[in-house]
Design a binder for this molecule. Structure first.
Ligand code: BEZ
Length: 213
């Protein structure tokens, strides 16, 4: 399968997991989703990433996001690994890990990059919206753990910019000023959408307080 691109429908699949068989789209329901891959079970960086994700449970729940991990080992290995993660990271992993031993999902999501490794999946992460569209794709090398604060930050931006005619500047975080999208030019509409006003640094760079604050 060709690489997934932003805006594509996240491929559906049925696969085993640490919590039994999962039909992905049914499992997502109307929620946002994060699907993220791991090179292998019982590896150090992955262990820290899964522990971090478990600790961020409330943060994902507050944003209406369901989380699912993937590794190419079988479910019984995932079960033993989860016990280890909980033990070493002081967490309770309560999200499923897909057991992609036959590489079905890895192929659908283009998770094996043969020039990096012919067997291990790369560290990719997909944010999927309630319409099942892929909204963020990041791919990290096996040796670099991901920054989960950044994942939450992007989800905040996606959820905000879906509702308001704004975009979020570089290094933006929830509560900071946002930019008014360049396509919005009607002064009446601008006044209606942004009653707190805005400042135009340039005609194309208009900053306004975060509208949902
Ligand atoms: C890890 O998750 O720790 C890892 C996996 C593969 C290569 C290097 C590190």
């Amino acid at each position: 399968m060709a690489s997934l691109r932003l805006g594509d429908i996240a491929p559906d699949f049925e696969q085993e997991s640490s919590e039994g068989r999962i039909r992905f789209h049914d499992w997502l329901g109307d929620s946002w989703g994060v699907l993220f891959s791991h090179p292998a079970d019982f590896t150090p960086v992955c262990t820290t990433e899964l522990g971090l994700t478990a600790k961020l449970k409330d943060q994902f729940a507050r944003r209406g996001v369901k989380v699912i991990a993937l590794s190419v080992d079988p479910a019984e290995s995932h079960t033993r690994w989860i016990a280890d993660i909980n033990d070493t990271q002081g967490t309770s992993v309560d999200f499923p890990i897909i057991a992609d031993a036959d590489r079905k999902v890895s192929e659908l999501y283009d998770l094996i990059h043969p020039n990096a490794s012919s067997t291990l999946t790369v560290r990719s992460l997909f944010v999927i919206d309630p319409g099942k569209k892929v909204r963020l794709i990041i791919t990290y090398p096996a040796s670099t753990g991901r920054n989960f604060d950044e994942i939450l930050r992007v989800i905040d931006s996606l959820q905000l910019t879906d509702k308001h005619s704004v975009a979020t500047p570089g290094n933006w975080k929830d509560g900071d000023e946002v930019v008014i999208v360049p396509s919005l030019q009607d002064p009446e509409l601008i006044a209606q959408k942004f009653p707190k006003g805005y400042r135009a640094v340039r005609p194309y760079l208009r900053l306004t307080p975060q509208p949902n604050r």
